[in-house]
Design a protein around this ligand. Structure first.
Ligand SMILES: [Zn+2]
Length: 114
């Protein structure tokens, strides 16, 4: 039985808007999202306040969304500090294959098996 599914890998990058940063963000800083993991290959720090604004969207951005869904088109998150000019751009960088049995112990329901 094929229990595979795909999720997008994501890149979340700090981008400038022309307004000054209030927080310690640095333009170009980024992290990756690979399955359940946040990966920081070059960035040694990332604002927890910014992360708090970004985190709720990542699981949705990992999944295929309808072309008419705002989640498909909208990709920039504002820093939660209203005086800070930083934005964080979420980019889908590729797809990764996972297998249901490797990521959960909850069995697939019979109607979902193919
Ligand atoms: Zn900020």
């Amino acid at each position: 039985m094929d229990d595979s599914f795909e999720l997008y890998d994501l890149k979340v990058e700090t981008i400038a808007t022309g307004r000054p940063f209030v927080c310690s963000h640095r333009e170009g800083d980024y992290f990756l999202v690979q399955g359940e993991n946040l990966v920081f290959p070059e960035t040694d720090r990332f604002s927890m306040y910014a992360l708090s604004a970004i985190l709720p969207l990542l699981a949705a951005k990992q999944r295929v969304t309808d072309h008419n869904d705002w989640m498909y088109t909208d990709a920039e998150i504002a820093c939660p500090d209203p005086n800070c000019g930083a934005r964080f751009r979420i980019t889908r960088t590729g797809k990764r294959v996972f297998h249901h049995h490797e990521v959960t112990i909850v069995p697939l329901e019979e109607e979902n098996k193919e």
